[in-house]
Every structure is written in structure tokens, then in C-alpha cells.
Ligand binder design. Structure first.
Ligand code: HEM
Length: 421
């Protein structure tokens, strides 16, 4: 598809308002290498709120406008988080690929109102106890271990060897498990399979093993609390049950790992491919900070997020939304909305993007700060240790993972002068 070309039309199921203007399928590979073209085309054809089709031709609304995403996320009484409100459940098969993200679970993600405030406050208080200097020190240690495992060879595939591994180990440690050791290594592998299954792997079985390990961790920390997120959640005056803590710990680990890994990788890609950064990357702290922020505006890890469900019939961006309709937050599209950037200049040095969302369910304070510590330390440490790091392929040979939800590379192969340990 070109920038100016028409969107592929799609047959409209009768009587469904989400298809009034010819909904566009979000599934499939067509836009995944350059989703910004899709957002521009959708905006041109449909305005700030576009009818789309999820996998299996399930209708939903994609919210592309900055002010519309801000409106949806700050009006929980109209657009709520409990997915059981959905008017499409009868059309969803048991093996629907998006079920892991949309199927109701009794975690902080799907709670609403006072119950959400109770759960969210526990997470914020527990994360506030994380010492950011200590976290940076631990991330440097993890980074050094990971780099040591490939530094002698002069080449590496940074997605698997570094960008995914570092935040996972840091978060597991934050929750009270040592980041080394066989037990933790198995947990890290199972988490990776359950979040990002590859062929031949069973994500459900891996998820069950993760849940078991987290249950065991909660039991251990009930008996012997320590200076960690798990213990702070268990000791919090809100009095969460063990099951609630297990659910929310899994949410924290999953919510932290994937986007932070992709933030690291998308930033490294920018630093290694864009000549604006080329002269000063190694040791150039300012430019690492600028690259991290530019990625949140232009290549944000969580591109689209499912979502919210309309509480009652309402209007949004001139569209009639029915009670129970699914509303997808188009965070990447909102960040580049021409209404806020009429000159197409995106404010890489300000932080008013919606990459951490907005409102009651936004990425909870201080999680974005912790993500920043992990990502910044990961990028800076790598560039300090391997100062002549370059891409091992041409920039245009890099491919994005086939997902409209998360933006991250399939692989980031690099070369450098081998380091003798
Ligand atoms: C680059 C890194 C990150 C990005 C881009 C990101 C983005 C997001 C987004 C878009 C949401 C959904 C908000 C909504 O429903 O409106 C979210 C939720 C959440 N994030 Fe993050 N996040 C990041 C890192 C982290 C980290 C490091 C943690 C924890 C240590 C974390 C914990 C959570 C939790 C617990 C939620 C659920 C909040 C709720 O439903 O109340 N995130 N994040």
C-alpha cells in the first residue's frame, strides 16, 4: 500500500455499526513493516476513530486521534476496562489469537473503579520502594554478564542475547528472585515462551509453570519477607489476598518485560542507523536520552492497546459507539496526530506522548521511570563496552516482528571488535 493509495475494502456484516464505512482488517502482514502508513491512510479515510477488523474479522474501533485517546482513557465511566462487557464474545473462538490479551482475568488490568484503585495503589507503593540507583547498578551488572557471553565472538544478535534478557532479569530480581540460578533461568525462559511463543512451544503450559513459580514465590515471601516488590505487596495495608498478589505480579512482570525490551531494541536501531546520532553515540549521554524519547514518539513499543469497552451507547470522534463495542487505543497513531503536530514535526524532546497511555489505567507511576532506568542503562552500557558496535546487515534488511500491537525487531544482528576477557 502507498501513502496515498486506498485502503483495502472489506465486506460489512449486516447491522453492525462498526462497519458503516468499510472496516479495515488489522490482521495480516500488509502494514507491519511500516504501520505509520496505515495510520495515515485510516485517518485520511475515517478521521480520528476508524472501524477496523481484528483477527477473524471481529469488529472494533481504532482510536487514532491524540485528543480522542486522551478522552477515552480519562472517561472510565464511558469506556471501561472489564472485557466481559464486550458485545462480541459469542463470535470469539476458544483459540482466538488475541485471547491472552483480552480474555478476562482477575488482575489489576481488568478491574474498575474502587477495586482498581485498591489494586493499583498497591502496585504503585510497591514499585516506589525500588531504589532507582540500586536498580541501575543491578542492570549494569546484568548487562555486563550478558555482554561477556558474546563479547569474545565479535558478533551478536542483540534481541535475544541482550534486549529481551536484560529487563526480564531485572524485573524478576526486583520481585525478589535472584537473577542468576537455574530456577530463575527456567522462569525467565517460560515467561518468554508465554509472552512470545515460537513454533513448537506451548505458551499455555509455559504460563502455568510461571503461575506455579510465582505462587511459590508469594508463599516464600509470606514466610520470609524481604526488601522486594513481592513482599511490599503482601505487607501492604490494602490486604490483597495471595491470589490477587500472584495475578498482579504476573501482570507487572509481563507488562514490564516486552515493552522495555522493545524500547531498548528500537533505540539501539535508531542509534545505529540514523546519522543524526552517528557522531556521538558512544559515550554521548545526551543523544542516548534523545534517542530513547524519540522512539517513544515515533516507534513506540506498545503501538496499539486493547483496550476499553463502551459502557453505554455514546459518541466518539463523530462516530456512534454502541454499548459493549471494543475500542483499541491507537497510541502510536495518537503520538503522530497532525492535529498536535501540524508541521509534521514531532516533539522529540518533550514527554507529552501517550506511549504510557493516560488516565486511571495508564502505566502506573513509577513504572515508566523504572523502564527508563532499565532501558537507559542497557543502551549506555552496551555502547560503553562495545564502542565500535555497528549493524551486521544493511538497515533496510532489518525486519519488524509481525505484530500490529508491539513494535520490535525480529532480530538485531551487530558486529564489533572482539573483546578478550
Ligand atoms: C517502555 C516501557 C513501558 C511501556 C511503553 C508501557 C506501556 C504501558 C501501557 C500502554 C499500558 C496500558 C495502559 C492502559 O490500559 O491505558 C501499561 C500498563 C501497565 N504497565 Fe506499563 N509500560 C512499560 C513499562 C512498564 C514497567 C517497567 C512496569 C512495571 C515495573 C509496567 C507495569 C504496568 C502495569 C502494572 C500496567 C497495568 C496498569 C493498569 O491496568 O492499571 N510497565 N503500560
Amino acid at each position: 500500500m502507498t501513502d496515498t493509495g486506498p485502503l483495502p475494502p472489506h465486506a460489512a456484516p449486516p447491522g453492525c455499526p462498526a462497519h458503516a464505512g468499510g472496516a479495515v482488517p488489522l490482521a495480516g502482514l500488509e502494514y507491519q513493516q511500516d504501520p505509520s502508513r496505515l495510520y495515515r491512510a485510516l485517518r485520511r479515510e475515517h478521521g480520528a476513530v476508524a472501524p477496523v477488523l481484528l483477527d477473524g474479522d471481529i469488529p472494533a474501533w481504532l482510536v487514532l486521534g491524540y485528543s480522542e485517546v486522551s478522552y477515552v482513557t480519562s472517561h472510565d465511566e464511558l469506556f471501561a476496562r472489564d472485557s466481559r462487557r464486550w458485545n462480541q464474545w459469542e463470535n470469539i473462538p476458544a483459540d482466538w489469537p488475541l485471547l491472552p490479551f483480552v480474555g478476562y482475568q482477575p488482575s489489576v488490568l481488568f478491574t474498575e473503579g474502587d477495586e482498581h484503585r485498591r489494586r493499583s495503589e498497591v502496585i504503585t507503593d510497591a514499585l516506589e520502594g525500588v531504589d532507582q540507583f540500586e536498580l541501575a547498578r543491578e542492570c549494569r551488572q546484568i548487562a555486563d554478564q550478558l555482554i561477556a557471553s558474546f563479547a569474545g565472538s565479535g558478533q551478536a544478535e542483540l534481541m535475544s542475547a541482550y534486549a529481551h534478557a536484560l529487563p526480564m532479569r531485572a524485573v524478576v530480581q526486583m520481585c525478589g528472585m535472584p537473577h542468576t540460578g537455574e530456577d530463575t533461568q527456567r522462569l525467565v525462559e517460560d515467561l518468554q515462551i508465554s509472552l512470545d511463543a515460537n513454533e513448537g512451544q506451548d505458551p499455555v503450559a509455559a504460563y502455568m509453570r510461571v503461575a506455579e513459580r510465582i505462587q511459590q514465590l508469594v508463599k516464600e515471601k509470606r514466610e520470609r519477607p524481604g526488601p522486594d516488590v513481592t513482599s511490599r505487596m503482601l505487607l501492604h495495608p490494602a490486604g490483597l489476598t495471595d491470589e490477587e498478589v500472584v495475578q498482579d505480579l504476573i501482570t507487572i512482570i509481563a507488562a514490564a518485560q516486552q515493552p522495555t525490551a522493545n524500547w531498548i531494541c528500537n533505540t539501539l536501531r535508531l542509534l545505529l542507523t540514523d546519522e543524526r546520532f552517528a557522531l556521538s553515540v558512544s559515550g554521548g549521554r545526551l543523544s542516548v536520552g534523545e534517542a530513547l524519547n524519540e522512539v517513544l514518539w515515533l516507534d513506540t513499543p506498545t503501538q496499539n492497546f486493547i483496550g476499553r469497552w463502551a459502557v453505554r451507547d455514546t459518541q466518539l470522534g463523530g462516530r456512534r459507539i454502541r454499548a459493549g463495542d471494543c475500542v483499541v487505543l491507537g497510541l502510536a497513531a495518537a503520538n503522530t496526530d497532525p492535529q498536535i503536530w501540524p508541521e509534521s514535526y514531532v516533539g522529540a524532546e518533550n514527554a507529552a506522548h501517550l506511549s504510557f497511555s493516560n488516565g486511571e489505567h495508564r502505566c502506573p507511576y513509577p513504572a515508566p521511570l523504572l523502564a527508563d532506568v532499565m532501558a537507559r542503562t542497557a543502551v549506555e552500557n552496551l555502547l560503553e563496552r562495545l564502542p565500535d558496535l555497528v549493524l551486521a546487515v544493511e538497515p533496510e534488511e532489518l525486519t519488524w516482528r509481525p505484530s500490529i500491537w508491539m513494535r520490535g525487531l525480529s532480530a538485531l544482528p551487530v558486529e564489533f571488535t572482539p573483546v578478550v576477557q
